[in-house]
Design a protein around this ligand. Structure first.
Ligand code: PGA
Length: 255
């Protein structure tokens, strides 16, 4: 996929008509400004809106992604959605291990590893989220946390499948307080070295957490930042396309 990569995580927002409207607006603005051919763009609406948004994106360069999936292909798992189902509605990507899944729904690294395997089995590109809480950062445990979140995954053979890593410090998500460029630089350098040491040189590392049109150029100019995972600001087409343009600008000027 073309880098930079900008992923819009709509979380539990939009009903079907709002989702269609937002996807149409994003597509139109991206195509009019030409950013759609200079950047990998992924939209991750809620499950129930995937088909409708997929229809809006047909014939465009914008890819469809989901926010989660279950580890089994089908069966008695009331309330869950399988990776195969996501594939069947046109998803190419799936976010795995978002901090909201880890904290609110108690997903652990073992489950997240199984989800990664299942996504690969269905030829989805998983976007694996890692990141420390404020408490862990204050205890100087950031590197241990990042390493342990990746440990089980890096130990498995299938890691050579395509995947994307997203550094999302938990304290920066939805708080309006993005990490500072030096903090991002350190974390991305750490993750890059860890991934490279395990043969994952092909895995792009995105930053996520309170990205806005205002801070986007500064955040995307940080070394080893291959794009962004955008929550709140992806719910507004102007802001989201602004962020996409900023990522392209940052890449061009930092080459
Ligand atoms: P935010 O969310 O941009 O609203 O901070 C980012 C995310 O959760 O991926």
């Amino acid at each position: 996929m073309t880098e930079p990569i900008i992923v819009g995580n709509w979380k539990m927002n939009t009903n079907v008509s709002e989702a269609v409207h937002l996807a149409q607006q994003i597509r139109q603005a991206a195509e009019q400004s030409g950013v759609d051919h200079q950047c990998g763009i992924v939209l991750c609406p809620p499950f129930v809106n995937l088909s409708a948004v997929g229809n809006c994106l047909r014939g465009s360069t914008i890819a469809l992604g989901a926010q989660n999936c279950w580890i089994e292909p089908y069966g008695a798992f009331t309330g869950e959605i399988s990776a195969a189902m996501l594939r069947s509605v046109g998803c190419e990507f799936v976010i795995i291990g978002h901090s909201e899944r880890r904290t609110i729904f108690h997903e652990d690294d073992a489950l997240i590893r199984q989800k990664m395997l299942r996504a690969w089995e269905e030829s989805l590109v998983p976007i694996l989220c890692v990141g420390e809480t404020l408490h862990e950062r204050q205890l100087h445990r950031t590197w241990n946390v990042l390493e342990s979140q990746l440990e089980q995954l890096l130990a498995i053979e299938e890691r050579r499948n395509p995947w994307v890593c997203a550094y999302e410090p938990v304290w920066a998500i939805g708080t309006g307080i993005a990490a500072e460029p030096p903090q991002i630089e350190q974390a991305h350098a750490f993750l890059r070295a860890l991934l490279d040491a395990h043969g994952c040189t092909h895995v792009p590392i995105l930053y996520g957490g309170s990205i806005t049109p205002t801070n986007a150029v500064a955040l995307f100019s940080v070394p080893n930042v291959a794009g962004g995972l955008v929550g709140g600001a992806s719910l507004n087409a102007d802001s989201f396309v602004h962020i996409i343009a900023a990522s392209i600008h940052a890449r061009a000027t930092n080459r």
